[in-house]
Design a protein around this ligand. Structure first.
Ligand code: DC
Length: 679
């Protein structure tokens, strides 16, 4: 897949509508492991599909768990029943802490009891994220753990010989003040060491104050659903009873991700309507009584002014107080969602102080340093300490290019800075560039699509690049490539004329029946699905490329009523974050105010040659001189027709690509576009 270097967000002005969020990462990876260790099959519904769950799935598959996707999208996991099927494997776990820590614990315990050798590694950042406290706890148990790189960090080798015994007579001590995932990992794995009903219970004691307690609550809640009742004494001692056995609950329904919800809760508080009659922002798949700790972001957002109401499986958010209220808050319980508060602080009156967030420094990146740097780029005043951050909103906003540090949450929360037109500040409205936007795939691959379905802006703020030119000049390929490089939509307007021609042929409407053709154009049932073009529900992508369809399109496009009937359809392609439109009159008639217009040409000989190669490569026979004659006739007709004739817009830039390959043409266009923007 092409990696988008950046995504530009134009100034955004409001938000309304419904979003459905992906499943919770914390729940997904925990239930995957629990289902993988259980006896029997567990059906997982609404499981998150993201980078972090994909590495967990790959690991389970490598360990011999059965994974079967059901027709309705649910995943059936057949577990190991606590017995290793595979005794040796190298598992790559990307940057997923929720996979690395629990798999380390589970495979260390299983190797120690049943024999095995497993190597666990990840991306370079994963090898900088601490795991020493967990390793120390596993060694107390008698597990064999080798640190293959820097001591205290992955990669690790876990090994043991069959018939080993674990030292469970004494309590196992683990530090709780660096990451709660170490405790979670032990809680998920140690039922394996307490399986014998005649044996002793396993006791885990936490050293230091446990951070991120709500994540441990999720762990306990899910263990209970898999038949393991952990007894606890506050958050200091946890006892796993003897005779513990993972039992599949049959079906598990994964809630929407509460951390992902934070961006849309914040969005509602910043940009949704305030009056009762205004459309709110609705978040589907999550309730106020969610088992996820980050649901408590709701309380924090309310403190800042958000108006949030809940119903089963649904949150409704409106703007409450505006501007938002600055707060001082201990964020220990909601470390991930608290990053969103740091961006809400840009819209608050006064200085917001988020404290007790030292764990930010050992996440996907050093999040305190990263947030401070990026918020300052926008004009905010930021003070950072070892375990706090303090944000005062910009007095003058600046367009900023946001570095994302391969950290999904930096990309998602800082995208909310694009709503700056909603605060009346000097400096005016600014765009926000998100670098490496696809890093959101860690937990929310479709984040920006979801944002754009609910974000509102002025039509004029949605950028359009128009590419007009004669047939076979390479407009389509150029437009598609430029659109892909910018992460924008594409309108191939010729396709609409071709579809009208094809539909007219199928309905036996003649090429000279102007009102009949206009009716066909207005009633087109056309949908786009990746490479497929569906006309009345069937794929016509190939049929539309036929020469006779193109030539009828050229003829019927001369009728004013046909052009008029297709206008609204074309305008509707202008959607966030931007549009590249190609055709004959994109810059002159349909998008006359487009900020960048191109007129693409190539010599008739060159164009005929390209079309010839294209047809031959598809196995369609062709004759070069016929093609050239046909092409020149079509040029003549498109140029001389009275309505919307093919000609460059007055302010169009001319690009003769006779001597350029596609990469060179694309580079030229992107360069022209870059010259027009603030970045
Ligand atoms: O670009 P194309 O070959 O797919 O276009 C098919 C015909 O549609 C072309 O001969 C002229 C007509 N057309 C038009 O009149 N206006 C447009 N914006 C696009 C295409």
């Amino acid at each position: 897949m092409y990696k988008l270097p950046h995504l530009d967000l134009p100034p955004l002005r409001g938000a309304a509508g419904t979003v459905r969020l992906p499943g919770s990462k914390s729940i997904s990876n925990r239930v995957l492991l629990l289902a993988g260790l259980s006896e029997g099959t567990t059906l997982l519904r609404d499981l998150l599909d993201s980078d972090d769950t994909r590495v967990m799935l790959a690991a389970l598959a490598a360990l011999g768990c059965g994974l079967a996707r059901q027709p309705d999208g649910a995943l059936a996991v057949s577990g190991l029943g606590g017995r290793l099927q595979v005794h040796q494997a190298a598992l790559f776990l990307g940057n997923a802490g929720t996979a690395m820590r629990p798999l380390t614990a589970a495979l260390a315990v299983l190797s120690a009891l049943q024999g095995g050798q497993f190597e666990l590694s990840g991306v370079p950042r994963m090898h900088e994220r601490p795991i020493g406290d967990l390793v120390a706890a596993l060694r107390q148990l008698g597990c064999g753990v080798d640190e293959l790189g820097t001591p205290g960090f992955p990669p690790l080798r876990l090994h043991g010989t069959a018939g080993g015994v674990l030292q469970t007579a004494q309590e196992i001590r683990v530090r709780g003040d660096v990451s709660s995932q170490f405790l979670t990992a032990l809680l998920l794995a140690l039922p394996l060491a307490a399986a014998d009903p005649a044996g002793a219970p396993v006791v885990i004691a936490v050293d230091g104050e446990l951070i991120s307690k709500p994540y441990v609550d999720i762990t306990l809640n899910l263990l209970a659903r898999f038949g393991i009742q952990v007894l606890r004494n506050g958050y200091a001692r946890f006892t796993i009873p003897a005779g513990s056995r993972y039992q599949s609950p049959g079906v598990i329904h994964v809630e929407a991700d509460a951390s992902s919800a934070s961006y849309f809760i914040a969005l509602g508080a910043i940009a949704a309507g305030q009056a009762a009659g205004d459309a709110p922002l609705v978040i589907d798949g999550l309730s106020l009584d969610s088992i996820q700790g980050d649901i408590r972001f709701v309380e924090a957002a309310r403190l800042m002014g958000a108006d949030i109401t809940g119903a089963p499986g649904r949150l409704t958010v409106r703007r409450g107080d505006w501007p938002l209220r600055a707060i001082t808050l201990d964020c220990n319980a909601i470390p991930d969602a608290a990053m969103t508060l740091a961006v809400m602080a840009l819209y608050a009156q006064g200085t917001t102080r988020l404290v007790n967030i030292a764990s930010w420094r050992v996440k996907e990146t050093d999040r305190i340093a990263a947030m401070a740097t990026e918020l300052r780029k926008l004009g905010a005043t930021v003070t950072e300490g070892q375990d706090f951050i303090e944000i005062t909103p910009p007095t003058v906003w600046q367009a900023a290019s946001i570095h994302t540090y391969d950290d999904h949450r930096i990309a998602m929360c800082l995208s909310l800075a694009a709503f700056n037109p909603l605060v009346a500040v000097p400096g005016g409205e600014v765009s926000v560039r998100i670098l490496d936007p696809q890093c959101v795939a860690k937990t929310f691959p479709d984040y920006f699509e979801a944002l754009f379905t609910v974000a509102r802006t002025a039509e004029a703020d949605i950028p359009v690049i128009t590419i007009d030119g004669p047939t076979a000049s390479g407009k389509g390929t150029l437009a598609a490539t430029v659109a892909a490089r910018l992460g924008w939509h594409q309108l191939d307007s010729g396709l609409l004329y071709r579809a009208t021609a094809l539909a007219a042929q199928r309905q036996a409407v003649a090429a000279d029946d102007e009102p009949g053709l206009a009716r066909v154009a207005a009633g087109l049932d056309l949908r786009f699905d990746g490479e497929r073009v569906l006309l009345d529900g069937t794929d016509v992508a190939t049929a539309l490329r036929q020469e006779q369809v193109g030539s009828m399109a050229s003829r019927i496009s001369a009728w004013p009523a046909v052009r008029g009937a297709l206008e609204a359809l074309q305008l509707a392609f202008r959607r966030l974050p931007g549009l590249v439109a190609d055709g004959r009159d994109m810059g002159t008639v349909i998008f006359p105010a487009a900020p960048l217009k191109l007129f693409l040409t190539a010599s008739p000989a060159k164009r005929a040659e390209r079309r010839y190669k294209q047809l031959i490569s598809k196995g369609i026979s062709a004759n070069l001189s016929d093609l050239r004659a046909d092409l020149e006739a079509r040029d003549e007709r498109d140029k001389t027709r009275l309505i919307a004739p093919l000609k460059p817009a007055q302010d169009a830039l001319l690009l003769d690509n006779s001597g350029l390959d596609i990469e060179q043409s694309v580079a030229r266009v992107l360069d022209w576009w870059a010259q027009r923007g603030p970045f």
